[in-house]
Write a protein that binds this ligand. Structure first.
Ligand SMILES: NC(=O)c1ccc[n+]([C@@H]2O[C@H](COP(=O)([O-])OP(=O)(O)OC[C@H]3O[C@@H](n4cnc5c(N)ncnc54)[C@H](O)[C@@H]3O)[C@@H](O)[C@H]2O)c1
Length: 323
């Protein structure tokens, strides 16, 4: 299986891993990214540095809301992997308008360009946050997901609904993938595993939000990329449909246990100060992955007990100041 793929958000954490994996399988990959300043551009440059000279890779620096940039980038593509977004939960509370502009407006622009250039296969990177706090655990795609609790979650749900509209009106075949907290090499620095590793490795105090009993379904980026590749393959099948599919490990990891694992991998005793939970953060996530198993033969492999030491090893190599 190979072809021509456009990846939006190609220089980001998940996007850069996906580009590497598809190129490795012989795909022609066009990437687009505007190096949004949400975190250090150098980290994004590093993510795609090894690809710049790959003969199968073409990169455009630009904004997905700019049709004049997006359209030439998309020409010739068989399928689009749409990952570009403003991705943090807490910053979305401070700046909801930017989140709506990029995540809703950008997705609208992307789908319109898909329609005009004739690309009808789309894989959209959505989020477990769309389930909010009301959904039954494990989260099932059957849940209506109508009670998001942050602007970020609302914009991701809006993106999903936009995809469904393009299936209805224009026969798109779309896989909406709800990612559950993704981690691994080059994880975004705002996310807990990266942030805690940085703080513990330099003997700084962690701000633990809540009593440590909150739970996340942490999913290794290699498992996510395997699911994404299977979803891209799935879009080759016949028939217009928009399928929502959870991609998680289907495991609940307590925050207190996560901190313990990171401390253990760093050979450091974490210093923790407890603060109230942050508004907008859900208490618990956990994916029901039976649909992903059925449709995509998705089979996540990397447990948190293996993934954290791997992450810490990468962090040591990248930053050099861990124990
Ligand atoms: N990392 C996770 O845990 C997680 C969980 C659920 C969903 N997601 C979703 O997966 C996708 C990728 O997330 P990530 O963690 O790799 O985030 P990331 O911030 O590392 O990657 C997103 C990329 O999109 C780019 N971008 C932002 N606005 C853009 C614009 N207007 N035009 C072009 N490029 C733009 C950014 O520069 C960035 O490189 C996002 O859609 C996010 O909502 C991520």
């Amino acid at each position: 299986m190979s072809g021509r793929l456009l990846v939006t958000g190609a220089a980001g954490f998940i996007g850069s891993h996906a580009c590497h994996a598809f190129l490795h399988k012989g795909w022609q990959v066009a990437g687009i990214d505007n190096f949004d300043p949400f975190y250090d551009r150098r980290m994004k440059e590093e993510g795609i540095a090894g690809l710049r000279n790959h003969k199968g890779f073409r990169f455009t620096e630009g904004d997905i809301r700019d049709v004049g940039v997006l359209e030439p980038a998309m020409r010739g593509a068989d399928v689009v992997l749409h990952l570009a977004a403003l991705a943090g939960v807490q910053p979305s509370i401070d700046d909801p308008e930017s989140y709506v502009s990029v995540n809703v407006g950008g997705t609208a622009a992307l789908l319109e360009v898909c329609r005009t250039v004739g690309v009808r296969r789309v894989v959209f990177g959505s989020s477990s946050s769309v389930y909010g706090d009301a959904a039954r655990v494990p989260f099932s795609e059957e849940d209506p997901a109508v009670a998001p609790i942050s602007p970020y979650a609302a914009t991701k749900r809006a993106g999903e609904l936009q995809c469904a509209v393009y299936t209805h009106l224009y026969d798109f075949r779309v896989a909406v993938l709800r990612f559950f907290t993704v981690y691994g090499h080059r994880q975004r620095p705002d996310l807990a595993i990266h942030k805690f590793t940085r703080l513990i490795s330099t003997d700084q105090t962690i701000r633990q939000l809540g009593d440590g009993s909150s739970e996340r379904d942490y999913t290794h980026v290699d498992d996510i990329v395997a699911g994404v590749m299977a979803a891209v393959d799935w879009t080759r099948q016949e028939g217009p449909v928009c399928e929502i599919i959870n991609l998680g490990e289907s495991t609940r990891v307590r925050l207190s246990y996560l901190i313990e694992l990171i401390g253990h991998a760093l050979h450091r005793e974490p210093r923790v100060q407890v603060y109230p939970p942050a508004p907008g953060d859900v208490y618990r996530t956990c994916a029901d992955i039976s649909k992903a198993k059925r449709l995509l033969a998705y089979d996540p492999q990397i447990t948190i007990e293996d993934g954290i030491p791997q992450f810490v090893d990468w962090y040591r190599t990248a930053y050099g100041h861990a124990a």
